[in-house]
Design a protein around this ligand. Structure first.
Ligand SMILES: N[C@@H](CCC(=O)N[C@@H](CS)C(=O)NCC(=O)O)C(=O)O
Length: 221
């Protein structure tokens, strides 16, 4: 069975949401955030100390957007995947990569320099600059979902899960109120998906069962 190492509402939410969309059985291993401080033994499994870590047989992955692509290709039976022969394949890959490299990464600077660093190391200017940087990059999402649909291929795909998490993180950071109109509608549609709701419930339940604080990790102060 697929094993997913996860902190509540961290980037590991991407593969968790994918697993729920695809109804693939999985075992959720909850970790306190950050694991490198609060779960030192985890470094033996993943020397990076980051989540997600996903194990599927001999396959071992540590990049959340790559996991979305992998789960769709390997466990999707065509659902949520955009095959190499599809005209939308390039666009699909572009969104998957953009989801973390362009849309999540600047937000980690906001999080770090607003909340996670000790008071004397906080950098309000860095946080503010990268919040603006992130919001400017949302123009691409805004243009893609103007007609009320999804990002590519004319349907919901793994790319929507990967980009959707960047919007989820932005909500935790208080940036959602600045989403352009079409992005706000798109984010609303994503949250209405039953699998999204199931993933939220699954992480909450697993955190309580495994003795981990159920507070979303981006909200920890
Ligand atoms: N690019 C990786 C980033 C993984 C990552 O940095 N995860 C964060 C949580 S969102 C983490 O584990 N941070 C804890 C740390 O850096 O010690 C991905 O998309 O999976």
């Amino acid at each position: 069975m697929i094993e997913l190492y996860h902190c509540v509402s961290a980037r590991s939410f991407r593969p968790l949401w994918m697993l729920e969309e695809l109804c693939v059985p999985y075992r959720l291993r909850m970790l306190p955030f950050p694991p490198r401080v609060h779960a030192r033994q985890y470094l033996e499994d993943n020397p990076l100390g980051t989540v997600p870590l996903m194990k599927d047989g001999a396959t071992r992955m540590t990049e959340s957007a790559a996991m979305c692509q992998y789960l769709a290709a390997r466990h999707g039976d065509g659902r949520l995947d955009v095959a190499a022969g599809d005209p939308a394949h390039g666009s699909y890959l572009n969104w998957l990569h953009m989801s973390d490299a362009t849309l999540t990464f600047p937000q980690t600077l906001v999080l770090r320099y607003t909340h996670f660093e000790p008071a004397e190391r906080r950098q309000p200017q860095v946080a503010q600059d990268y919040a603006r940087w992130f919001l400017a990059r949302l123009r691409a999402v805004d243009a893609a979902v103007q007609q009320g649909g999804f990002l590519c291929a004319g349907r919901f795909t793994a790319a929507d899960v990967a980009v959707g998490y960047a919007l989820q993180l932005a909500q935790h950071l208080g940036l959602a109120r600045e989403f352009p109109h079409a992005v706000a509608g798109y984010w609303q549609r994503l949250q209405e998906r039953p699998a999204f709701e199931r993933a939220l419930q699954a992480q909450h339940r697993a955190a309580l069962e495994q003795g981990v604080d159920p507070t979303p990790s981006p909200d920890l102060r």
